[in-house]
Design a protein around this ligand. Structure first.
Ligand code: KIV
Length: 274
């Protein structure tokens, strides 16, 4: 008899079916404990390569490796039960060829058991998206501002501000959708363009700094909790946990230094001798 989990996780087709339906709620997580919290409220958990910035203090996501993504992907899978877990393909793990992308994506799926991968790039990645999708690997696209390309972009600037710059981004969205991606993240794109793309393409759009016109939204968890030293302007903070954590640490340090730290009697009901 086979042992099957009775808990059903959301799948890439479930998310694909949400086009023009209930908005898709997505947040990042890189750890088992935050994944358990996010899992209660979100449809999708993204193990984003933003872990390079958030967990490791890197300036960009360029140095993030496949091993780093797999390690945190496994932690998030252990912490969650319901949400679709999507793991980012890091810079250098998929761009060289569709075969390279396939091998990297297979490692991610086999070693983490997550349900899908995400990769950056539009029309230039369409052939790869089709190659993976046709071979059993659900792909989420990522267009607009693509942070892995920071060294050619020069800065993390919003995209498509002027109408005459919309065409390449629209082409990217169409190419990714037609290639078989199940959804696409649109980052830092002006509202009229995000709306136009959302109304045009067949798959759900998930916005980050791309307005409420998208089919869903994603934020970096630490940004919306007020835990990141620098957050993009478009991020709405839903909490301010930095000062709360610091106050707790300060209280602990004060207790230890003043010898007010509770001893074992606190736990075992013993009185200290003497
Ligand atoms: O790495 C990440 O967290 C992302 C989101 C910003 C969409 O790609």
């Amino acid at each position: 008899m086979s042992i099957q989990s009775t808990i059903k996780r959301k799948t890439a087709p479930d998310i694909r079916a949400r086009k023009n339906g209930e908005p898709i709620v997505m947040l990042t997580s890189y750890h088992a404990h935050t994944a358990a919290l996010v899992d209660r409220h979100c449809d999708v958990i993204l193990v984003g390569d933003s872990l390079g910035n958030v967990m490791h203090g890197l300036e960009t996501t360029v140095p993030v490796t496949l091993d780093m993504m797999i390690l945190q992907g496994r932690a998030v899978m252990r912490g969650s039960q319901h949400a679709l877990v999507v793991v980012d393909m890091p810079f250098g793990s998929y761009e060289a060829s569709k075969e390279q992308a396939f091998h990297s994506a297979v490692r991610i799926l086999k070693e983490t058991h997550c349900g899908a991968v995400k990769l950056e790039g539009g029309a230039r990645m369409a052939e790869t998206v089709a190659f993976l999708s046709e071979r059993g690997i659900p792909v989420m696209g990522h267009i607009g501002l693509t942070p892995q390309s920071i060294n050619t972009l020069g800065s993390f600037r919003a995209q498509g501000r002027e109408e005459n710059s919309w065409e390449p981004i629209e082409n990217d969205a169409n190419a990714i959708s037609e290639a078989g991606a199940f959804s696409v993240v649109i980052e830092a794109v002006a509202e009229p363009l995000a709306r136009k793309i959302t109304e045009t393409i067949a798959i759900p759009t998930i916005g980050i700094g791309a307005s409420a016109a998208c089919d869903g939204q994603v934020l970096v968890l630490e940004d919306m909790l007020g835990l990141s030293p620098r957050t993009p302007k478009f991020v709405r903070r839903y909490g301010d946990l930095g000062p709360m954590i610091e106050a707790a640490i300060e209280g602990y340090a004060k207790d230890v230094r003043s010898r007010a730290f509770p001893g074992p009697e606190h736990v075992y009901g013993m009185k200290a001798k003497g």
